[in-house]
Design a protein around this ligand. Structure first.
Ligand SMILES: [Zn+2]
Length: 420
């Protein structure tokens, strides 16, 4: 690196004209691909490409070496800013580009327009929160799907969100001019800016939304607020330093509203209702689900009661005890537990060893209070044999196993042990 290059700073054409998409320039430096990065970096004497900074993400586009065939445009995939003020354009792959050669650059206009809509939308929205509620914006994030600002706010109500959205969109409809001004630090101090950057620069770039907002910013902006299109506020959430407000502006607002409508229409179709009635329909369905679940639980309890009576009737007492040993196919652990509870409650001499094979294969052991065995210890033995996990108290124990194929054999052995 020579001495002259060390003091070089890229001339940023977008500072004065955000609508300049095509430009000519000269290659000042070529950064060859290094390590795992299969991309070449280009520093130009001047550029219309915006590098990621100040919350706004970079432009993409194309760079074509002068004299090259029209189809040899190189794709610019990322644009970054170095600490010393150079703008580096990254191009996929390795290229035989040389210093001092001329190029033609073109910025992807759709992506640039979207970024202008989001960023100018953010200025209008941040100013609206200050004007209405004295809530300053402490940070701005631009994502692929939505943008967000963090407000320095102890609380934020739905009414405040709606009011800020309304004012922001009024400013859009008024189509106020958005001008770029350059002033000294000294001049800036007397202008009452919404935000002054912490870095000491001789000259500040100001974005002036006529009679509404004046703030220091290096981003690309619309020339009239009407070009923002619309500002739609979305989710709000409490964050560490205040409240985060998600929003989308311009064509993103339309695309987001379209997506919402499609999703809501699909939900409405399932209920054969109007989209505005979807919450009411969902509430109704949830109530139905809840009440049918309750009905099902009641039925299962009745079935368990009947099943318990039937088992007790067909089991003869031996040595003053009724030993009930069964594997119930197509029953789950919840039902088998219910059955064990009913059995031990209906007959004070019952000892129950049950298996359930629906869902996770499970065993449930129970005895009526006062019976002499230890169901918890018995379950531990069974689980050790079956490779499962479980345990419980003296009167009631439960365990789950990977498989149910040995249930009959294990239950028969345990029953024989208890009878001995
Ligand atoms: Zn800005």
């Amino acid at each position: 690196m020579g001495r002259i290059e060390d003091s070089f700073m890229t001339n940023r054409l977008y500072y004065r004209d955000s609508f300049l998409y095509d430009f000519d320039g000269e290659i000042v430096e070529v950064v060859a691909p290094s390590g795992a990065e299969a991309r070449t970096g280009l520093v130009l004497d001047q550029t219309a490409f915006y590098p990621t900074s100040g919350g706004q993400v970079h432009d993409t586009g194309w760079i074509a070496p002068d004299g090259a065939a029209p189809d040899t445009k190189l794709r610019v995939i990322e644009v970054a800013e170095s600490d010393d003020g150079r703008v580096v354009h990254f191009i996929e792959g390795e290229h035989a580009l040389v210093k001092a050669s001329r190029i033609h650059g073109s910025v992807d206009p759709g992506r640039r327009r979207d970024h202008m809509q989001q960023h100018s939308g953010q200025h209008v929205l941040s100013a609206a929160f200050v004007r209405l509620f004295s809530l300053p914006t402490v940070s701005f994030h631009m994502g692929d799907d939505y943008c967000s600002i963090d407000l320095d706010a102890p609380s934020l109500t739905a009414e405040q969100v709606v009011a800020a959205e309304r004012l922001a969109n009024e400013v859009v409809l008024e189509n106020r001019s958005v001008e770029v001004r350059f002033v000294s630090q000294e001049q800036a101090r007397n202008l009452g800016l919404r935000k002054i950057p912490p870095v000491e620069k001789d000259e500040l770039r100001l974005i002036d939304i006529r009679d509404f907002d004046l703030t220091a910013c290096g981003g690309t902006h619309v020339s009239g607020t009407g070009q923002i299109g619309a500002i739609l506020l979305r989710k709000t959430e409490k964050v560490r330093q205040g409240w985060r407000v998600e929003f989308v502006a311009g064509e993103r607002a339309i695309a987001t509203a379209r997506h919402d409508f499609t999703v809501l229409s699909e939900a409405a179709g399932l209920f054969s209702s109007h989209i505005w009635d979807v919450p009411q329909q969902v509430r109704k369905s949830l109530e139905e689900v809840r009440s049918s679940r309750k009905g099902r639980e009641q039925l299962l309890e009745e079935i368990a009661e009947l099943h318990a009576k039937q088992l007790l009737a067909e089991t003869a007492a031996e040595a003053g005890r009724k030993m009930i040993v069964r594997v119930l196919p197509d029953r789950d652990v919840a039902f088998v537990k219910l059955l064990a509870q009913r059995l031990t409650r209906l007959d004070s001499t019952t000892v129950v060893l049950l298996g359930a094979t629906a869902g996770q294969p499970s065993l449930v052991f129970a005895q009526a209070p006062g019976m002499p065995f230890d169901m918890g210890a018995l379950m531990k033995d069974a689980m050790a044999k079956l490779g499962g996990r479980g345990g419980g108290s003296k009167d009631m124990a439960q365990g789950g196993t990977p498989k149910a194929d040995q249930f009959d054999e294990v239950l028969r052995d345990l029953a024989a042990r208890l009878k001995a």
